[in-house]
Design a binder for this molecule. Sequence first.
Ligand code: FA5
Length: 350
Amino acid sequence: MKEQLQNIRERAKQEIAATATLQDLEALRVQLLGKKGELTAILKSMGKLSKEERPVMGQLANEVRGDIETALTEKTAALEKEALQKELDAMPLFDLSEPVKLEEGSYHPITLVQRQCENIFKSMGFTVEDYSEIVSDYECFESLNIPKHHPARDMQDTYYLTNGQLLKSQTSAAQNAIYKKYRDALINDGVPIKAIFPGRCFRNEATDACHENTFFQMEGVMVDKNISISNLIYFMKTMLSEVFQKDIKVRLRPGFFPFVEPGFELDISCLICDGEGCPSCKHSGWLELCPCGMIHPEVLKAGGIDPDEYMGFAFGLGLTRLAMMKYGVKDIRDLNSGNLKALSQFTDDK
Ligand code: FA5
């Protein structure tokens, strides 16, 4: 029996070592140690042994059983590890230490054009001002030489709030505050007022390809002694050639705004249709882009500046329309659409 037990141990160890799967190992365990297993059969036959032999064989049988169980446990662990490794190898690589690649956002085309204009004017000595979107009637109209009930108010259908204030319909609404902010430096120290103030404007518009109810403008003013229309034209030309980096057709025609005298409309030849006429330019071939003019004496007076001594120019650039022209956006409404597919394709390359 001793030999039988030792044989079983040796054979079991070899067979366990050669087993390739967990199922085969379980089958081997049943075959060796199960109710009808080989070792169990030997243990059952112990009764036939002599009194002296029984404890010796019993101890050996227990040792053999223990050795087989240890070999089974070790092999189970090895096969499980192997199976896990196979599973991991089949999985796509996932390295926690690897830097996570985040989707990058992009600037809105209007922001890109606004920043570009800001940089152009900053390089020419202009300050960039921020201004509220909710303004008073005085700021938006009265200080700009548009008294209550004046028909010029009809040009801008405005959103009024219940407290009497309104959503700014034009960036010109900041002019009065800018004059008051810088007039002391102008009068006492001879520092010209040179400021631009980009901002969002709101009008109750019937929207179309070139009109939105919410759009951006960028106002610019310059006040000093001896300012002329030539200065105005110089700054407009510089700005447009920098933004477009190519020759574009521009026309200047008389325009009426109560806060400038004389006033002009500066139009650019539509870059969507090359001046042929399309919905983006209301089929005229031209797009109103940047009305401008010499600041009306009443407006300077309201800002605390003596119009007999000082003069200046002002312009109101349509930033949203500029973005349309620069990036070839046919319908202005796409710019407010939140359509990331459309909006994320623009870069600030010139
Ligand atoms: C004004 O708002 C004047 N404050 C501009 C100004 C400033 C004139 C200083 C003189 C001196 P206007 O309403 O034309 O003017 O608007 C100016 C520009 O804003 C237009 O040429 C156009 O480019 C843009 N704009 C006006 N309305 C809309 C709109 N509904 N949607 C998109 N852009 C618009």
